[in-house]
Design a protein around this ligand. Structure first.
Ligand code: FES
Ligand SMILES: [Fe+2]
Length: 357
């Protein structure tokens, strides 16, 4: 599936930039192939519009913000948060600005410290992370970087409890636990909920972070996949510590996703400094990144195109639900090329007597 070729993905919210970054001036971001300019309007609220001036197509993000309006760097036209042109320096004050002087503007709001954008009529809310509203938890911004991979690959990776043994060899993967002790999947209106138990290694760096000195532990996992590209991964340790990873793979193009990750924890900075939490999660995500960037970005929704095993059940369900979403919106899965026959015919390596020399 090619995400930019499926219009329904324009109907979901995605985090695009950190709110904090807009204080320095307008920012650009590419969402599903759409170039965006983001800035703070007169009320200090984030605004989003197409990053192309309607006059001579210059990038508005190279301009500046003037009293809440984005000002084009080329001839100084100014646009408000609705995309309407509100000032043309070359036009006399007594002249009316033509109504067609405008750029497409998009829905835009702030949540969890990020600017979220939806390019069309939303069909789902921004994923609710209830713990962020509680004073018992703190939010730590972790990663914001492009990955050369499809969002769906990352979604199913996070729910794939067979990969830690082989991928997270320097962090938490355990050779003694190649499969989870339990795995339950529930269908929900927002995506799926997966519950599991996984034995993991507890390395020295993590022992400090978790305040647990055993060399191994068990993760109780409550994982929510919010269609299409957000995962909330709640890890509960035996001592009651909760480490909740929230990851959205914001689709930039068919091949590239912006990895946006923060975590929410019920401990304090004095107990575990944020930089130590980030350092461990950095090592974990880099292990995933290397593998995921090696996978094919054109993720097939049909189960017949790749092989599966029992621990892939969440991923298979994700693909099934995305296929149903497309169908519901009258879309046909777009692929890089028509599905090939899965496996080529086996090559006969036997050498016939006549060909021997
Ligand atoms: S290109 Fe933007 S004002 Fe001319
Ligand atoms: Fe992983």
């Amino acid at each position: 599936m090619l995400v930019t070729q499926q219009p329904v993905f324009r109907q979901f919210w995605y985090p695009v930039v950190l709110c904090e970054s807009l204080k320095a001036g307008p920012q650009s971001f590419e969402l599903l192939g759409e170039p965006l300019v983001l800035w703070l309007d007169g009320a200090g609220q984030p605004a989003a519009a197409r990053d192309r001036c309607c006059h001579r197509t210059a990038k508005l993000s190279l301009g500046c913000v003037d009293q809440g309006h984005i000002r084009c760097p080329y001839h100084g036209w100014q646009f408000d948060a609705t995309g309407a042109c509100v000032h043309v320096p070359q036009l006399g004050a007594d002249k009316t600005i033509p109504a067609n002087y405008r750029v497409p503007a998009y829905r835009c709001t702030e949540r969890y410290g990020y600017v979220w954008v939806c390019l069309a009529e939303p069909i789902a809310d921004i994923p609710p992370i209830d713990e962020t509203a509680s004073s018992d938890y703190r939010l730590i911004h972790e990663f914001y970087e492009p990955w050369q991979t499809a969002g769906l690959r990352v979604m199913e990776n996070e729910l794939d409890l067979a990969h830690p043994t082989f991928v997270h060899t320097a962090t938490f993967g355990s050779e003694e636990h190649p499969v989870p002790d339990s795995l339950e999947i529930e269908d929900t209106d927002y995506g799926i909920r997966v519950r599991g138990l996984l034995g993991v290694v507890n390395p020295e760096q993590q022992q400090k972070n978790l305040k647990m000195d055993a060399g191994g532990t068990v993760r109780t996992l409550e994982m929510d996949w919010f269609m299409p590209f957000t995962i909330k991964l709640k890890i509960i340790y035996p001592n009651g510590l909760e480490h909740i990873v929230v990851n959205t793979m914001t689709p930039i193009s068919d091949r590239v996703s912006q990895m946006v990750q923060f975590c929410v924890r019920n401990d304090t900075e004095a107990e575990t400094p944020a930089q130590d939490v980030i350092a461990f999660d950095r090592a974990v995500t880099l292990e995933d990144k290397q593998i995921l960037e090696s996978t094919d970005y054109d993720v097939p929704l049909s189960p017949s195109q790749e092989e599966h095993m029992l621990t892939d059940r969440p991923g298979v369900m994700i693909r099934k639900k995305v296929a149903a979403l497309l169908k519901q919106h009258g879309e046909v899965e777009q692929t890089r090329q028509p599905p090939a026959t899965k496996s080529p015919a086996p090559v006969n390596h036997s050498v016939s007597a006549g060909s021997r020399r």
